[in-house]
Design a protein around this ligand. Structure first.
Ligand code: ARG
Length: 465
């Protein structure tokens, strides 16, 4: 089979070249977008009088048939077709002869692959956005349940201050909220249609790019044809947003692995999200959490690959750009599925409050609260910090907690200190009192949940084009 572009060639491609050059093995994923784009294009050609209404009807009928055939598995793609654009066009020409040859008027694969890519990514973004919303809802549900349940808050992986579990979960809610915003932002910016940019410079034919842009659900056509065919920012933005979000997933997954270990036992990940060992009968491994922690690596890889491909490429189209697809597909699949797995794992994970409670008397979790209490008594914070530091030193020497400091020893720790200057030392009192905006007190966590829910309800039914 001669290539659709073979007019000026005397020889066919070497077999190895044909294989190396082809993108059909992966870009066949774009078949539905490609056909949708072609239908809009030929409708526009007919309205502009560039093809006849009859030709347009025949081409549209054939394209719809090709879509059905692909979907029922009757089309075997081959590297001989090079890419999905020529595969579809080739079949069309086999079906309609010369009429089929009119479809590729006033367009190029350079703009065609970009229309397809943008349409594909827009659709996938809606699915990913939906998965992010479901993840947010899972977090809200658990945060509600654990709004006033206390756990250990860490800095440097050391006991720091007591916090509520609802507060911890709502921290992740905020991260994924920003991920949704980043995704929506990228979506808005990629919502411009390059169709009709042609090879790089537009066309002499009287096309209507506004019509195709509108019909395909874009905000408007891209402004500059050269930019239209050589821009891959939308993929870079998507991959950047995916990388940040996968990093968030990875952080939470890491904590789930830790919390699920025998050393912590803060959570018990549901059996349905774990696997066993082929040799150690007792094992229940948190594989899903580990995979979620690890999957970020491939998405970073996809992102770095694409930034590297784009670097230094001159205007306009270069074949390097064909490398834009596999990483994008991989990131779409990985991010979409990781979000669904994490949401399911959160829904099915319960916190073991009895095990968490055992840690409350370790690491002087209430030390900052005592210092803040001294501030309320009129003591400058730096001095209060110093006095509590001395109390910690005393307790470490005597291997005891603050409430076991001997009455007579207070003055030896610091002349200002006395037993009656200490506040309620209970962990619950500490948590309840952290009512500053954004703080960990249950009342404040409930406000955060309320605001989060309101935000989710607001965006949930917001439709894009
Ligand atoms: N398969 C190509 C890609 O994905 C389509 C554009 C090819 N254009 C060209 N002039 N060779 O980038």
């Amino acid at each position: 089979m001669a290539n659709l572009w073979s007019g000026r060639f005397e020889k066919g491609m070497d077999e190895i070249v044909e294989k190396f050059n082809a993108s059909i093995t992966f870009d066949n994923r774009l078949y539905a977008c490609d056909i949708r784009g072609s239908i809009a294009h030929v409708r526009m050609l007919a309205r502009q009088g560039i093809v006849t209404e009859d030709e347009s009807t025949q081409i549209i009928g054939a394209l719809e048939k090709i879509k059905e055939e692909i979907e029922s598995g009757n089309v075997a793609f081959s590297v001989k077709q090079e890419d999905i654009h020529m595969a579809v066009e080739g079949i069309l020409i086999d079906m309609l002869g010369n009429t089929g040859k009119k479809l590729h008027t006033a367009r190029s694969r350079n703009d065609q692959c970009q229309v397809d890519g943008r349409m594909y990514l827009k659709e996938e973004i809606l699915v990913i956005r939906n998965n992010l919303i479901k993840l947010e809802e899972a977090l809200l549900g658990k945060a509600e349940k654990y709004a006033d349940k206390i756990t250990v808050g860490f800095t440097h992986m050391q006991h720091a201050q007591p916090i509520t579990l609802g507060f911890y979960l709502m921290a992740y809610f905020q991260m994924f909220r920003r991920d949704i915003q980043r995704l929506e932002d990228a979506y808005e910016r990629m919502n411009y249609c390059p169709l009709g940019s042609c090879a790089l410079a537009g066309t002499t034919l009287p096309i209507d790019r506004h019509m195709t842009a509108k019909e395909l659900g874009f905000t408007a056509p891209t402004e500059n044809a050269m930019d239209g065919v050589s821009d891959r920012d939308y993929i870079l933005e998507f991959l950047s947003a995916a990388s940040i979000s996968m990093m968030h997933i990875s952080r939470m997954a890491e904590e789930f692995v830790w919390w699920n270990s025998q050393e912590f036992s803060y959570i018990a990940i549901d059996d349905s999200f774990c696997t066993g060992s082929s040799i150690m009968p007792q094992k229940k491994n948190p594989d899903m959490a580990e995979l979620l922690r690890g999957k970020v690596g491939r998405v970073y890889g996809d992102m770095v690959q694409m930034f590297t491909v784009m670097k230094g490429t001159p205007l306009a189209y270069n074949k390097d750009f064909q490398e834009d697809k596999e990483g994008m597909f991989d990131a779409v699949d990985t991010w979409r599925d990781s979000l669904a797995i994490l949401a399911g794992m959160i829904e099915k994970t319960e916190f073991r409050l009895d095990m968490i409670e055992k840690q409350f008397n370790r690491g002087f979790l209430n030390a900052t609260d005592i210092a803040e209490h001294f501030v309320k008594l009129g003591f400058p914070f730096r001095q209060a910090h110093e006095v509590v530091g001395k109390m910690v030193k005393y307790c470490e020497h005597h291997n005891c907690d603050f409430d076991a400091i001997k009455k007579d020893d207070f003055k030896t720790i610091d002349p200002w200190l006395s037993a009656d200057k200490l506040p309620d030392l209970s962990i619950r009192a500490c948590v309840e009192a952290r009512t500053s905006f954004g703080g960990t007190a249950p009342s404040e966590v409930r406000r955060q949940i309320f605001e989060g829910q309101k935000w989710i309800d607001g965006i949930k039914n917001k439709r894009y084009c």
